[in-house]
Design a protein around this ligand. Structure first.
Ligand code: GDP
Ligand code: IMO
Ligand code: MG
Length: 444
């Protein structure tokens, strides 16, 4: 029997690494793309010629006709937002029927979740997380508390109403008594949610069963991670994280595909680093340099429009991401953004109270004090976007990439030098070519 390949695409930093672009580049080589965690806090940008698409809940593979896209059980779904996203895609000529499948077990983001998200952030004051305000954290709170409402519940009005009533009674008390915020009524939610149910019903299904059948018949699958390793609920910079398992392990629990059926993990990292929201960021740039990179890299959030904090590449972070995710290979994006830098810095370790740390410290208190130790690399001061092969890149840019590869300890597979599909170089001898041998010819 023909065996498909199943590969997890995971953000190796704090999100926005260019996962959407990498998934888009690899989609022609697979049959299925699956989102396994997060919600519409994600913003994955795909640029096709002059057209720009930003995907929030729907897998980026949807832009390729014939690719089946699954929203797995680990995702939390705001039905109003996903319907809007679907309508926008349909208006732009994308076919959803027969291509989009939503897990029955995925939890719903309810109107009180964004309200709780915003109220909780306001109360935290200086210690706020800087969330996207989409209600993702509160939806996962309900999931863990076993009071969440799932996609399947939406299809059973009586059950939905029962669960909604119980939730409203509790949420209204929290909103009014703890946060002094506006409350909700059952009717105001029930009516629109029943309309959403009608809209979404044809897409809601048993996705683990579907995936299992597809994989049995030899389909190849990409798992599209959202956010990034350092925002993982267990392995990220807690509490400044998102509320899901962003790392590769989440791909199994968030889809029902067993870990024994996953063949590889590809990490995506920018040639520098960005972070949106609060929390430690040891290699954050100060002043003019941060501004320059933000402008050159257009570093503004795809979901909230917030300016992203910018910093140098952290090899310590990447080594950590390689270990936690079991990265087989790494795609480096946005190399072109560094084209005009005279010197490029790589963080190789942290100085903490006289000690040199080369493993990422998990303690919040250590991270706060950790001073990055940098290695300077001479900038290449030349454009990179035209390059089709590694050999076309300026020698100093190649040296930078080689050094990153050495420090991470994992082979590179792709180098992205621009937002559009063909601004992508496939590296020699990478596992990617074993998984999807036709990748190289499709990009040249
Ligand atoms: P994601 O959340 O990981 O999918 O990343 P985002 O879409 O939030 O942010 C990445 C941004 O960088 C998007 O605007 C992409 O179009 C853009 N992008 C991706 N790769 C490259 C690249 O190699 N060079 C440049 N200049 N932009 C890129
Ligand atoms: P993609 O998939 C970057 C950040 C928020 C905040 C923290 C918690 O596009 O890479 P949340 O709303 O999830 O409770 O916010 O996580 N965050 C992201 N940062 N990219 C994302 O998604 C993010 N999704 C959430 O800024 O710091
Ligand atoms: Mg993004």
């Amino acid at each position: 029997m023909k065996r498909g390949r199943t590969v997890v695409i995971v953000g190796a930093q704090w999100g926005d690494e260019g996962k959407g672009k990498v998934v888009d580049v690899l989609t022609p080589h697979v049959n299925v793309v699956v989102r396994y965690q997060g919600g519409n806090n994600a913003g994955h940008t795909v640029v096709v010629g002059k057209e720009k698409y930003v995907l929030h809940s729907i897998p980026s593979g949807i832009l390729h006709s014939g690719c089946r896209c699954v929203i797995g059980c680990g995702v939390v779904i705001d039905p109003a937002a996903v319907i809007e996203e679907m309508e926008t895609l349909v208006r732009r000529g994308v076919t959803l029927d027969g291509n989009l499948f939503i897990s029955k077990n995925a939890h719903l983001i309810m109107p009180y979740h964004p309200a709780l998200d915003r109220a909780s952030e306001a109360k935290l004051g200086a210690r706020r997380i800087g969330t996207t305000g989409k209600g993702v954290g509160p939806a996962y709170i309900d999931k863990a508390a076993r009071v969440g409402i799932r996609m399947a519940d939406l299809l059973d009005e009586r059950l939905f109403r029962d669960k909604l009533e119980a939730n409203i009674a509790q949420k209204n008390r929290i909103l009014s008594e703890i946060y002094d915020a506006q409350t909700f009524t059952v009717e105001a939610i029930l009516n629109p949610y029943m309309r959403y149910a009608g809209w979404l019903a044809p897409y809601i299904t048993d996705t683990p069963l579907l995936l299992s059948k597809w994989m049995e018949s030899g389909y190849s699958v990409l798992f599209e991670g959202a956010q990034g390793t350092m925002l993982d609920i267990d392995h990220g910079t807690y509490p400044y994280i998102t509320s899901s398992s962003t790392t590769s392990g989440g791909a199994a629990t968030g889809t029902g595909v067993p870990p024994t059926r996953i063949h590889g993990v590809l990490g995506v990292a920018k040639a520098y680093t960005t972070r949106v929201g609060g929390g430690p960021f040891p290699t954050e740039m100060k002043g003019e340099m941060a501004e320059t990179i933000r402008e050159r890299g257009d570093e503004y959030g795809a979901t909230t429009g917030r300016p992203r904090r910018c910093g140098w590449f952290g090899a310590v972070v990447l080594r950590y991401a390689a270990r936690i995710n079991g990265l087989d290979t790494v795609a480096i994006t946005k190399l072109d953004v560094l084209d005009g830098c005279e010197t490029v810095k790589i963080c190789t370790g942290y100085r903490y109270r006289g000690d040199l740390l080369t493993d990422f410290p998990e303690e919040e208190t250590i991270l706060k004090e950790a001073e990055p130790v940098y290695e300077d690399v001479e900038g290449w001061m030349a454009p990179t976007s035209h390059a089709k092969h590694e050999g076309d890149l300026p020698a100093k840019a190649r040296r930078y990439l080689e050094r990153l590869e050495e420090l991470i300890g994992v082979p590179l597979c792709l180098v992205s030098t621009g937002a559009v599909r063909d601004e992508t170089i496939v590296c020699d001898d990478s596992p990617l070519l074993r998984w999807f041998p036709s990748v190289r010819s499709s990009l040249i």
